[in-house]
Write a protein that binds this ligand. Structure first.
Ligand SMILES: C[S@@+](CC[C@H](N)C(=O)[O-])C[C@H]1O[C@@H](n2cnc3c(N)ncnc32)[C@H](O)[C@@H]1O
Length: 354
């Protein structure tokens, strides 16, 4: 192509967009720090304040706080009044940045940027040589994953997700046997065990640290109807009325074997409730997905790559509804319905029966 063929307006617009990508990516790291330091939470409660007052209120070093506030100000997140040198976090912004925002807290999600940055060299090597990255390369993964999903479960599990399955709240109240596979730190299981004391709950994950945290929480919550085990989902045993998998199947090395094992472990009238990423299996249908770039990024840096790291299927975060339905059918689920929780753009819930 000669330079004559270049659309210079388009070129300039795109160059501007890339500058915005750079700026927004950098702001993501500052927002992550704003969450971890509790600067956002504290500022949401403060009147317009100087950097010294904000540093005192958070117990942080003023020089760092001032530099962070500089980035927050030029990034349009915090307002600055040069007359008196005060900074303010508008309540409309706090609604997406504080712990009080619950599932809407985007600053918490942005902690993942630093986590995936740690493995960039290993991911690069996998691009060049194939293979993947082991779970052990992601030091804070279990902790961050649990923090992110706990907000969703606290807000919606019992009141919005469980009722997606017709009759399930009643059955859980009466008492049934349940298994959650890839349970991570087990918060979903513990919440269900507390809400439905007549039912028995079992959580399974291959992560020893995840299961240790799950057991510790169950003990703190004084639950007696819950059990957690370290194990591989593809080799589960036992018989259950309800099996759940939240954000798990696309990460697995052996998803087809796991879905078959789920089918085999379910009673004939049992239900498999599979929460997964709400996307299409067709790339062209994901253009314009509100979280599209995020999903493919996390696939490259984590979901696809941990699976390939175990010599697995590498389905990826965006395996999509069509592939999920095909695999559920192949595993013996003849009745599959897709359900959504209002306001949740990330997840789709497959209610699957044999
Ligand atoms: C994305 S996390 C989801 C955790 C949890 N369900 C939640 O919603 O927070 C996926 C989980 O699957 C677990 N996992 C991956 N492969 C597994 C396998 N083969 N057997 C058991 N657990 C596995 C990981 O350790 C991780 O805790």
């Amino acid at each position: 192509m000669t330079t004559d063929a270049l659309d210079l307006t388009r070129q300039e617009e795109f160059a501007g967009r890339m500058v915005q990508v750079l700026n927004d990516s950098c702001l993501g790291y500052l927002c992550s720090l704003g969450h971890r330091t509790r600067l956002f939470d504290t500022m949401a409660e403060l009147p317009p304040s100087t950097s010294a007052e904000i540093a005192t209120a958070t117990g942080l070093d003023e020089r760092y706080v001032r530099e962070w506030l500089g980035g927050m100000t030029v990034g349009g997140i915090v307002e600055y009044a040069p007359g008196d040198g005060t900074y303010r976090l508008p309540p409309e912004h706090a609604a997406s940045l504080t712990r009080g925002a619950g599932p809407d807290n985007m600053a918490s999600f942005l902690q993942d940027l630093a986590l995936i940055g740690i493995v960039e060299d290993e991911v690069l090597e996998a691009f060049q040589k194939g293979g993947g990255v082991p779970y052990t390369s992601y030091p804070r993964f279990q902790e961050l994953q649990a923090e992110e999903t706990a907000r969703v479960y606290d807000a919606a599990l019992v009141d919005a997700i469980v009722p997606l399955v017709p009759g399930l709240p009643e059955r859980l109240r009466a008492g049934i046997g349940c298994l959650d596979i890839g349970t991570g730190q087990g918060h979903a299981v513990n919440l269900l065990a507390r809400a439905f004391p007549q039912s028995r709950f079992h959580g399974l994950d291959m992560s020893e640290t995840g299961i240790a945290a799950a057991r510790a929480e169950a003990e703190r919550m004084e639950l007696h109807n819950v059990r957690f085990d370290v194990g591989d989902t593809a080799e589960m045993s036992g018989t259950y009325d309800l099996i759940t998998a939240f954000d798990v199947i696309h990460d697995l090395a052996r998803p087809a074997e796991t879905l078959s094992a789920v089918s085999g472990a379910l009673r004939d009238d049992g239900t498999f409730l599979m929460g997964d990423i709400d996307a299409s299996s067709r790339l062209e249908e994901n253009v314009g997905h509100v979280l599209g770039p995020t999903l493919y990024t996390f696939s490259v840096f984590y979901c696809m790559t941990v699976s390939l790291g175990e010599g697995g299927a590498g389905l990826g975060t965006v395996w999509g509804r069509q592939t999920a339905r095909r695999m559920l059918a192949e595993a013996g689920f003849s009745d599959v319905v897709e359900r959504h929780v209002e306001g949740d753009v990330l997840n789709v819930y497959f209610v699957a029966r044999k």
